[in-house]
Design a protein around this ligand. Structure first.
Ligand code: AMP
Ligand code: AMP
Length: 361
């Protein structure tokens, strides 16, 4: 039996009056728990010993499941416990940071809010690019050959934590020089250097929209928007340029936090259309297509062109800026609404209408 069939079978045994919402204790777990509580669900936190402390401070967790390592979420014992708790699991960024998504897709036999095949797509830059471009969004050009570099490019590497080792150059010669420097400084290993991902550098400002696609109503919602605060890149402008040059500073992109954001009202239509294009394409990629939260990373140029360079098929931590509500959810709901609560609301509605299998895979 494949995972999807297995999840369908599992749902038949669930006590629908006693569903709990589970996630790993990190990333955006606090708002997932808070949202679950507000919609009347019990909460389950899967975490390593020591990580429970933070979640206990906020008193939002009913049950802890302790694991030695987060990938142990795939252990049969942990999965059985989750099923005993009638748990539906909400995936977030730590799931793809710490758990192999192919294994998750096949071996995790607990209902997962969202589409597990799309979660796997998200872990590949090439598949993300395919999804975004075939959906019809404007995307940065990808360079397959170093010799083709003909303008400003962003060079990224697989598994580069916090963008350490990423660099920006504008010619093949500059690439060779910078790469040698990165290897010498130990920021990139020779092995990793063989697999660069070279992307056109888009000049503009970053805008990260958070969407929710309701598989029940077929409607798309804009839940909020954020922008990031990254170290050291967002601190470099405090250093005068001569010292920047003398120190040969290489910016890194370690995420530290996020800021809430709104865009010019006239850009909103564009963002809704992009969300709709993503959903339409997702249905062709992996049935049933996008389910629940998905988020984009975009850059808006001076001509107000929107270029999308990353997609997440789940809640992103940037949603944390809108715990409570965002300007956009206030417009639509007139009551507190944020991604964690929106997810729980969807589960509640699905249980009520007997359609839980539409919002989990
Ligand atoms: P943490 O719980 O802080 O260890 O983060 C778990 C995973 O989520 C790591 O892969 C982080 O890089 C990622 N992450 C945490 N917070 C953010 C954020 N605000 N934006 C993007 N990624 C994040
Ligand atoms: P990433 O690790 O891909 O999220 O990117 C790290 C940082 O670089 C973020 O601040 C992004 O906004 C920025 N960034 C990523 N790709 C591009 C691009 N193609 N052009 C300009 N900025 C980018």
């Amino acid at each position: 039996m494949d995972a999807l069939q297995s999840v369908r079978e599992t749902l038949k045994d669930y006590d629908l009056d006693d569903i709990s919402i589970a996630t790993i204790g990190s990333h955006s777990a606090l708002q997932i728990f808070r949202g679950a509580r507000e919609e009347g669900f019990k909460t389950v936190c899967i975490c390593t010993k020591g990580r429970d402390k933070l979640y206990k401070r906020f008193k939002l967790v009913d049950e802890f499941i302790y694991v030695k390592s987060l990938k142990d979420i795939l252990d049969e014992g942990v999965q059985a416990r989750l099923r005993d708790l009638n748990a539906v699991v909400v995936p977030h960024g730590s799931f793809n940071a710490y758990i192999n998504q192919s294994e998750m897709e096949e071996k995790f036999r607990v209902p997962l809010v969202g589409n597990r095949t799309l979660l796997k797509w998200e872990t590949s830059r090439h598949l993300q690019h395919k999804w975004l471009s075939e959906a019809g969004l404007r995307v940065p050009k990808i360079y397959d050959k170093i010799d083709d570099i003909d303008g400003l490019v962003f060079v990224k590497f697989p598994g580069a934590r916090g963008g350490k080792g990423y660099f920006i150059v504008d010619s093949p010669e500059a690439y060779d020089g910078k790469m040698a420097d990165m290897i010498e400084k130990g920021l990139v290993t020779e092995e990793v250097a063989k697999k660069p991902y070279i992307q056109e550098y888009i000049i503009g400002v970053s805008v990260y929209p958070h969407y929710f696609y309701s598989a029940l109503s077929g409607e798309i919602e804009l839940i909020g928007i954020d922008k990031r605060y990254e170290s050291s890149v967002d601190g470099i402008d405090r250093i005068p340029v001569p010292e920047q040059l003398a120190q040969k500073i290489n910016p890194s992109f370690t995420i530290v936090g996020n800021f809430p954001m709104v865009v010019r009202e006239s850009l909103l239509d564009k963002y809704f259309e992009m969300g709709e294009q993503i959903v339409a394409k997702s249905k062709k990629i992996a049935s049933p297509g996008a389910v629940g939260p998905f988020c984009l990373e975009t850059i808006v140029t001076e001509d107000l062109d929107v270029v999308a360079f990353e997609i997440s098929a789940r809640i992103v931590a940037g949603c944390n800026v809108n715990i409570g509500y965002s300007p956009y959810t206030y417009l639509s709901y007139g009551e507190p609404m944020y991604m964690g609560k929106r997810i729980a609301r969807e589960i509640k509605e699905a249980v009520k209408s007997g359609e839980l299998s539409k919002v989990v895979t």
